[in-house]
Design a protein around this ligand. Structure first.
Ligand code: DX5
Ligand code: ZN
Length: 216
């Protein structure tokens, strides 16, 4: 962990030309990739699974932060780790016992994160915060890129930062030049960005602009 970082979300990229997209992101100074896995069940959208994760691993050495928006995370956790996931994040809304899920993912050799949607109260994380490396605070409902930022995430970040200062905090959804500084001020470490990078022609300039907002 090398300070606050912008993580491009591979949801809005050109999947027909992933190799070029990865090279462009690496040239733009990306340090960690964020991969959005959706099952059409936990969320009403469907993206990709292990073959794409493995394909990305073959063409990039960057750490992969895999965001599982799926109903049964443990069913695919080991295959995702085998495909190259370095950090696996599951949704607290999807499981009965988040602490047990986190322990099991850790036993597979990956770091583990737990995510919560805007409507989910922080108390849902009671009992698993000591078992995770990271909390992903969603600032949009999981499922689609391009939604607008919900500031409820800021209060959650600030509360987590105060109660668990050593936990890594990540935010995902609607992060752009207008919203990223407030998330940083609330104590966030990792900033997932889709539209604000992939809708720009110059990824390096987009990332540099966001980096400037969270520096110092
Ligand atoms: C939403 C995904 C996000 C999304 C972010 O379910 O988890 O990673 O791609 O995209 P933007 O930055 O466009 O909100
Ligand atoms: Zn995500």
């Amino acid at each position: 962990n090398a300070g606050p970082s912008v993580l491009p979300s591979l949801l809005l990229c050109d999947f027909g030309d992933l190799k070029t997209e990865l090279a462009r992101l690496e040239d733009a100074g990306t340090r960690v990739l964020h991969l959005d896995v959706m099952d059409g069940h936990f969320v009403p959208n469907l993206t990709y699974g292990m073959p794409i994760v493995e394909g990305i691993r073959r063409h990039s050495d960057l750490p992969m932060d895999v965001h599982l928006m799926i109903s049964d995370p443990l069913r695919y956790a080991q295959p995702m780790v085998d495909a190259g996931a370095d950090l696996l994040t599951f949704h607290v809304e999807a499981v009965e016992d988040a602490g047990a899920v986190a322990r099991e993912i850790r036993s597979m050799g990956a770091a583990v994160g737990v995510a919560l949607n805007p409507d989910t109260d922080l108390s849902a994380l009671d009992g698993c915060l000591d078992e995770v490396d990271m909390v992903l605070v969603m600032s949009v409902d999981a499922g689609f890129g391009g939604q607008s930022f919900n500031p409820v995430a800021l209060a959650k970040l600030a509360a987590l930062k105060q109660s668990h200062p050593d936990l890594l905090l990540e935010i995902d959804g609607g992060i752009n030049l207008k919203t990223i500084a407030a998330a940083r001020a609330a104590g966030c470490d990792l900033f997932v960005v889709g539209s604000a990078i992939f809708k720009q022609d110059d990824y390096a300039a987009a990332i540099a602009g966001l980096d400037a907002e969270i520096a110092g």
